[in-house]
Design a protein around this ligand. Structure first.
Ligand code: DGL
Length: 263
């Protein structure tokens, strides 16, 4: 029986669950601490300086408290800013989540790709550099969604989210000229929570690129063979607001562990 690794998964809210479930699939025997910085959600509405000043010390406190073997920053809005700061400040291995522009551009046939992220993520120098380095001749459109992350949280809490609200947020991704958009990068970990609605509301079929499985593989590579006793994941969910999840949310969290293990 190998040692049980502790993995800390961090996001501004519940979007990181879409990364968390992929990691659990690969490493069902690990011990997980999922931290949602709901007291500061949504990160997409904060300035770059505010996010760095918030996330770097907060992650330091979490490392001191939970002594993880590895930390996943399951948030594009934060990862596109803080990874260098975190690696300079703390010795634990980090895995970030940044827009999957390289694989999207590599697989696009029409050479027209959209990147759907928060207003913050699409403005970042980091994102622009990914496009400069990896567009591979594609025409890349950056789409900053105003409320999509909040809509995803509302849906997970069991609230009704209107089709019109989702359709309006994704509409700018679809360009139809000489070439049609055929690939959309989900550059916010919240968006895969709405994938069924987005598939239904898209004006035409595209490939939606969710990097979560690739992030999970990176976590697996860094952890090496340590995989716990295989008895099933041990997970706890912490909220920086200090609030316990409502009964509806608590029920919504369960399948993220169960479904991952069943797969
Ligand atoms: N889940 C976060 C991301 O991947 C963003 C949500 C927010 O605005 O806080 O970018």
């Amino acid at each position: 029986m190998s040692r049980v690794p502790t993995i800390l998964v961090f996001d501004s809210g519940l979007g990181g669950l879409t990364v968390f479930r992929e990691i659990v699939k690969l490493r069902p025997g690990a011990r997980y601490t999922y931290v949602a910085d709901d007291a500061y959600f949504p990160y997409g509405q904060h300035t770059e300086d505010e996010i760095v000043a918030r996330v770097v010390p907060l992650v330091g406190d979490l490392i001191a408290e939970h002594t993880p073997d590895l930390v996943v920053i399951a948030c594009n809005t934060a990862s596109t800013l803080v990874m260098t700061h975190l690696r300079e400040a703390y010795t634990v291995p980090f895995v970030g989540t940044v827009p999957a522009i390289k694989p999207a551009c590599a697989s696009s046939r029409t050479k027209r790709v959209s990147v759907l992220g928060t207003k913050g993520t699409v403005k970042r120098e980091y994102t622009k550099k990914l496009i400069a380095d990896f567009a591979q001749g594609c025409d890349v459109t950056l789409v900053g969604a105003e409320n999509l992350a909040s809509l995803a949280e509302a849906a997970l809490r069991g609230e009704r989210v209107s089709d019109d609200a989702i359709a309006a947020e994704i509409a700018p991704c679809f360009l139809n000229g000489d070439a049609r958009t055929d690939t959309v990068v989900l550059a916010c970990t919240h968006y895969p929570l709405l994938i069924d609605q987005m598939l239904a509301l898209a004006p035409w079929g595209v490939d939606w690129i969710d990097p979560a499985p690739a992030i999970a593989r990176r976590v697996g590579d860094l952890l090496g063979p340590a995989n716990g006793n295989g008895a099933g994941p041990e997970a706890r969910f912490l909220f920086t607001s200090g609030q316990a999840p409502s009964p509806v949310l608590a029920r919504a969290l369960e399948p993220f562990i169960r479904a991952s293990v069943a797969n």
